[in-house]
Design a protein around this ligand. Structure first.
Ligand SMILES: Cc1cc2nc3c(=O)[nH]c(=O)nc-3n(C[C@H](O)[C@H](O)[C@H](O)COP(=O)(O)O)c2cc1C
Length: 164
């Protein structure tokens, strides 16, 4: 390897992403969640998505025990939620509005879209684990709102659409 891992991170940061909070009920039935931008869709039929969790993260242990989770796609107005769900050793749900999905998994109020999933595969991915989920239910809540963007290690926003 002829480059520093920080340079690799900076290079990957040039790829702009949305931000999601992945939620679940932990093994004691308590709501848990973590902010990730490693989310992507994988397959249409069957409907599969994935996200990656740091092997060193506390959330990795939480998600190791669950077979269901939900993806909450954040709107541009939910940067504070992104920050809250990235904070270590905090009650991430304090003051957070949510409803229970079909299997009881928390669905964050105000998210653009919710995807309810069952874990389909887990793959090792270097210092992360790749968790693939099969989407069992979905709701598009705010089709006209703009997403939260993460770019070069900072939050950002989409420019208004031109000509539409
Ligand atoms: C915008 C953003 C994107 C993130 N994406 C990921 C990710 O894809 N995977 C991951 O493991 N952590 C990601 N993190 C870090 C986690 O949100 C969290 O800080 C980390 O899991 C440490 O907390 P924990 O040890 O309590 O789980 C991201 C944080 C932010 C703010």
């Amino acid at each position: 390897m002829s480059f520093d891992p920080r340079v690799f991170r900076d290079a990957c940061g040039h790829f702009a992403t949305g931000v999601v909070v992945v939620t679940c009920l932990d093994n004691s039935g308590t709501p848990a969640g973590v902010t990730v931008n490693s989310f992507t869709s994988v397959s249409l039929q069957p409907p599969l998505i994935l996200f990656c969790l740091d092997n060193e993260a506390y959330s990795k242990q939480v998600f190791a025990d669950v077979d269901r989770f939900a993806v909450n796609m954040l709107s541009g107005a939910q940067q504070d939620l992104s920050t809250a769900f990235a904070r270590s050793q905090a009650d991430r749900f304090e003051g957070v509005a949510y409803t229970a999905g079909r299997a009881g998994v928390p669905l964050l109020t105000g998210a653009l879209c919710h995807l309810e999933c069952v874990v389909e595969h887990r793959y090792p991915g270097g210092d992360h684990e790749i968790i693939v989920g099969r989407v069992t239910d979905l709701s598009i809540e705010r089709p006209d709102e703009r997403p939260l963007i993460y770019y070069k290690g900072r939050y950002d926003a989409l420019a208004p659409r031109s000509g539409s």
